[in-house]
Design a binder for this molecule. Structure first.
Ligand code: HEM
Length: 440
């Protein structure tokens, strides 16, 4: 998705404003995947936050959903499963139909089923557990990302980043390396079925084919798995939730969700943060001067990019939100990219500021479904940017930037770059690669 800055990005108390013709809210189409590849959702969200923070859109086929664009309303919806359920599905791609994973997959369940699945998993995916993976992730960063810098010439960092989470999640889940390229492609097909780069047949056909192959893959993988706690799939097989083991379909749905959760989001946090640092060289200069600012830069990159663009809920009863009456069964779509630019919460929200404090962004969601992979994603992103800062003096954009056509993932699929390395960086990289040759 394009991340644009309004004409007047206020540096004082005045709210930023966009010039140009007013947006006719009746014509707003936040469902259209093309908007996120070639349009400007920020312009629309900005208007919605001011004029209609809870706004209904009806599709030509009669299905409709409410768009929630203000930070506190988004949190309200995500936090409260007693009013807003996840069990009918959480993505616009299946608006109006019952999610077959409802009540079986953690992401598509409500407490207490959700809590029973989540609690044991949280222990093995905690920040502490993920910290132990730092050396392995650093090797992945060197081998799969920064090694490209030794080639000189142009490096498409977005394309490289697409393979990055597969390496650490694939290892965590115990998936064989030979399967990683296809799994990466399938997860892209599942979230951007109308993007010509990932399409196999029609958009609907692409989505169905991706789901079919992914579920079939995990079903066979789980059946062959010997069990044991050596990897996350084994852990899911042995895990007890609510006093019983998970059934086969529950294990398969959760494998799918874990892989998708990691693969489709993390690459876009990488590409968008690098692009933001190129477009704000003064912020990159601060990072070079003080690498301890990396965690703040990663968080600001997450706020800025908001790779998970939306999550959906259904109202479980008639209720009111932001002064608007919502009916039982209505779908509500929380736009995280909009919440993360809410001028009532983030002063000067269109400024990329690596020392922004506080920075309570909702890129990982909010409430009971807060991203369970956040500790892993943060460890990986922090290590990647620590290493980039160690070796890269300056990045320059070296070709057209291409955005993903998806209403679910806000992403950059191509970002060709050239890099000027820091003195001694080549040697540092070669040594690091030597050290990492034995393992991933
Ligand atoms: C920058 C990277 C990531 C972003 C921006 C992100 C974003 C999110 C968001 C917004 C949610 C909340 C969903 C909801 O409220 O319905 C979520 C949940 C989830 N994420 Fe992530 N995620 C990232 C990385 C990961 C990784 C690395 C994994 C797996 C290893 C993962 C697995 C999951 C799962 C399984 C859930 C469902 C949790 C639950 O329902 O309790 N994510 N993620």
């Amino acid at each position: 998705m394009r991340i644009t800055v309004p004409d007047h990005a206020g540096t004082d108390d005045t709210a930023p404003s966009y010039s140009g013709p007013e947006i006719d809210l009746d014509t707003v189409d936040l469902f259209d995947p093309a908007l996120y590849a070639t349009g400007d959702p920020h312009r629309i969200w900005h208007t919605l936050r001011r004029q209609a923070p809870v706004h209904r859109q009806t599709l030509p086929d009669g299905r409709s959903f409410w768009s929630i664009t203000k930070y506190h309303d988004v949190n309200d919806v995500l936090r409260d499963h007693t009013r807003f359920t996840s069990s009918r599905g959480t993505l616009l791609s299946i608006l109006g139909s019952q999610d077959p994973a409802g009540g079986k997959m953690m992401a598509a369940s409500d407490p207490p089923v959700h809590t029973a699945m989540r609690e044991p998993l949280m222990k093995v995916m905690s920040h502490r557990a993920m910290k132990e993976r730092r050396p392995q992730i650093r090797r992945i960063v060197h081998r799969r990302m920064l090694a490209h810098l030794l080639d000189g010439g142009t490096w498409d960092i977005a394309a490289a980043a697409a393979d990055f989470p597969m390496a650490f999640t694939g290892t965590l889940m115990g998936l064989p390396e030979r399967d990683w390229p296809r799994l990466t492609k399938l997860t892209s097909m599942a979230i951007a079925p109308s993007d010509s780069e990932f399409q196999e047949g029609s958009a609907h056909g692409t989505l169905v084919a991706a789901h079919h192959e992914l579920f079939d893959y995990f079903s066979r993988f789980v059946r062959r798995h010997p069990g044991g706690d050596d990897d996350l799939v084994g852990f899911l097989i042995g895990m007890e939730a609510g006093g019983r083991r998970l059934r086969h379909d529950e294990i398969v749905f959760n494998c799918y969700s874990l892989l998708l959760g990691a693969n489709v989001t993390t690459p876009h946090a990488v590409a968008a943060t690098v692009l933001a640092l190129i477009e704000h060289p003064e912020e990159y200069a601060r990072l070079l001067a003080d690498p301890s600012l990396v965690p703040g830069a990663v968080d600001e990159g997450l706020r800025w990019s908001s790779p998970a663009n939306h999550f959906m809920r259904y109202a479980v009863r008639d209720l009111e939100l932001g002064g608007v009456r919502i009916k039982e069964g209505d779908a509500l779509v929380t736009w995280l990219g909009s919440a993360n630019r809410d001028e009532d919460v983030f002063p000067d929200p269109y400024r990329f500021d690596i020392t922004r404090r506080p920075n309570r962004h909702v890129a990982f969601g909010f409430g009971p479904h807060y991203c369970i992979g956040a500790p892993l994603a943060k460890v990986a992103l922090n290590i990647l940017f620590e290493e980039i800062v160690r070796v890269v003096e300056e990045f320059r954009v070296a070709g057209p930037v291409a955005h993903l056509e998806s209403n679910f993932v806000a992403g950059i699929k191509h970002l060709p770059l050239t890099a000027r390395l820091r003195p001694g960086a080549e040697n540092l990289l070669r040594e690091a690669l030597q050290d990492g040759l034995v393992a991933v």
